[in-house]
Design a protein around this ligand. Structure first.
Ligand SMILES: *Cc1c(COP(=O)(O)O)cnc(C)c1O
Length: 422
C-alpha cells in the first residue's frame, strides 16, 4: 500500500497536497508519511505476534532515518532502537525510546561511546571483536557495573545484496567467527564485569530473499544450542535487520514478510529465547520522497538532461550504490515518455539520479518526486559544494510539519575558523 497517490492529477502524501507541503521550505525537501511508517511497523509486529511464540523486541535501526519526529513515532509504537553511535543514543533517549530497548551495534565504538551507553543502561552492547570486549570489561570495572553484552557472529552468508552493504561474509569487517564467539562467550559468562546476554547476527541490508535469513538463523541456532548444552546462559538472540524493500516495481520482488517470519519461527522458535530484530529501511524507506524542482532542460549530443535542484549531497544512494530510485512528476502528465538523464548541480558526473530514464515531457519549473527516499536519504546528506542540508517534512493525514528546517548557510560558513596568523 502506498501513501503517495494522485488526487486531481496532483501527487499527495496521505491527504496532503505536496505543492502546499513545500510552499514554506522550497525544494529540495524530504517528505515523509507517518501512516506508511506505522503500517509497516504494524504489519511486521502483527506477523511476528501471530507466528512467533517468544517475545520479540522490534529495535528500529535508526541510522536509516534518525529525525527525532520519526523516532517519536517509533517510541509511540512501542519500538526500541538499534544504534551505531553515541549521537544516535542521545537522539533516541530524547525522543522517548526506553534504554532497556536500545541495542548498540557497530565495529568501532569509542571509549566515550561505551561509557555513555553503560551509564544510560542500554539493553546490550553488540560486541564485534575480542579487543572491544576487553575494553568494555575495563570500562565496566571502572564504572563499577556489569556491562550487558552480546557477541556478534559473522555467519559467513552472502546475502546477495549490493557489495557495499553486505556484512555477513567471512571477509567482511563485521562480527566474529564462530570459534571466537564460542571461546569469548565462555570468558564473558565468567567475568565479574560482563553480563552476557546472547548472540547477535546481521547479514546486510536490502535483502530480498527469506532464504538468506534462514541460512543465517540456522547458523545462529546451531551455535546457540551448543552454548546452551555447555550450560551457558542465553537471554536474547538479536537477529539483525536487512529486510529489503522494492525500489523498482517492474524489476524487484518484495521480501515476503510471512516467509521471513516463518524462518524465524521455524528455526529459532524451538530455542524459546526472546528475540530482538533490527529493521531500518523496511520501516521508513518507502515512507519518504525527495521533492526537487527541474531548473533547466538541456539538450546536448542528442541527449536530454533534466537539471534538478537536488544533488548527491542531498541523496547519495544513486552515486554511492548505483541505486535505482523511481522518479515521477508531481503533476500527472499524459505526454509520451522520452528518455532523460536526471542530474543534480554538484560538480561530479556521479551526481546523476537517473540515466536515459523514460519520463513524460519535462520543463523548467516542474516538481519531481524521487521515491523510496525515506531511509538512508536525509541521514546521509552532506554539505558538499557548500550546499545546506535539505529540510524534512512529516505528513500525517492532512497535517504536516517541518521536522527539520533547511540548514542555514551563514551558520554553516561561520563554523570555519581562520587562524589569526593567516
Ligand atoms: C544497518 C543495520 C541494520 C538495519 O539495516 P536495514 O537494512 O536498514 O534494515 C540493522 N542492524 C545493524 C547492526 C545494522 O548495522
Amino acid at each position: 500500500m502506498s501513501f503517495f497517490n494522485f488526487k486531481d492529477a496532483l501527487l499527495h502524501c496521505e491527504d496532503q497536497n505536496l505543492l502546499s507541503a513545500v510552499s514554506e521550505t522550497g525544494t529540495p525537501a524530504y517528505v515523509y508519511s507517518a501512516a506508511h511508517i506505522m503500517a509497516q511497523f504494524e504489519l511486521l509486529d502483527a506477523t511476528l505476534k501471530n507466528t512467533v511464540k517468544q517475545d520479540v523486541v522490534i529495535a528500529y535501526a535508526c541510522k536509516a532515518n534518525s529525525n527525532q519526529a520519526i523516532l517519536k513515532i517509533m517510541a509511540n509504537l512501542g519500538a526500541g532502537a538499534d544504534i551505531v553511535s553515541g549521537g544516535e543514543l542521545l537522539r533516541c533517549i530524547k525522543a522517548g525510546i526506553p534504554a532497556e530497548k536500545i541495542v548498540f551495534s557497530g565495529v568501532s565504538k569509542s571509549r566515550d561511546e561505551i561509557r555513555l551507553a553503560l551509564r544510560n543502561n542500554v539493553r546490550q552492547i553488540n560486541v564485534e571483536s575480542e579487543q572491544e570486549l576487553r575494553r568494555i570489561e575495563d570500562i565496566a570495572e571502572e564504572l563499577n557495573l556489569k556491562a550487558p553484552v552480546a557477541l556478534r557472529l559473522n555467519p559467513d552468508v552472502d546475502a546477495e545484496t549490493n557489495n557495499k552493504i553486505t556484512t555477513g561474509r567471512a571477509q567482511d569487517k563485521f562480527g566474529m567467527l564462530r570459534s571466537d564467539v564460542e571461546r569469548l562467550y565462555k570468558e564473558a559468562a565468567n567475568s565479574a564485569h560482563l553480563d552476557i546476554q546472547g548472540i547477535h547476527v546481521h547479514i546486510g541490508s536490502q535483502v530480498l530473499k527469506a532464504e538468506h535469513f534462514r541460512t543465517a538463523f540456522e547458523k545462529l541456532a546451531d551455535l546457540a544450542l551448543g552454548l546452551k548444552r555447555d550450560g551457558l546462559p542465553i537471554k536474547t538472540l538479536d537477529i539483525g535487520g536487512g529486510l529489503g524493500i522494492v525500489y523498482r516495481d517492474s524489476a524487484e520482488n518484495p521480501l515476503n514478510i510471512q516467509e521471513y517470519v516463518n524462518a524465524i519461527s521455524e528455526v529459532l522458535g524451538p530455542l524459546d529465547i526472546p528475540l530482538v530484530i533490527e529493521p531500518g529501511r523496511f520501516l521508513t524507506g518507502n515512507a519518504g520522497i525527495l521533492l526537487t524542482e527541474v531548473l533547466y532542460i538541456k539538450e546536448s549530443a542528442g541527449r536530454k538532461f533534466a537539471v534538478v535542484d537536488a544533488g548527491m549531497n542531498d541523496l547519495i544512494r544513486p552515486a554511492l550504490y548505483d541505486a535505482w530510485h523511481t522518479i515521477i512528476p508531481v503533476t500527472e502528465s499524459k505526454t509520451d515518455a522520452q528518455p532523460y538523464d536526471i542530474v543534480g548541480p554538484v560538480c561530479e558526473t556521479a551526481d546523476t539520479f537517473a540515466v536515459q530514464r523514460p519520463m513524460p515531457e519535462l520543463k523548467a519549473g516542474d516538481l519531481l518526486a524521487i521515491r523510496s527516499a525515506g531511509a538512508y536519504g536525509a541521514v546521509m546528506s552532506s554539505n558538499y559544494n557548500t550546499r545546506p542540508m535539505p529540510p524534512e517534512i512529516l505528513v500525517s493525514g492532512d497535517k504536516f510539519a517541518v521536522i527539520r528546517p533547511r540548514q542555514d548557510i551563514m551558520e554553516l560558513i561561520e563554523q570555519d575558523v581562520i587562524p589569526d596568523w593567516l
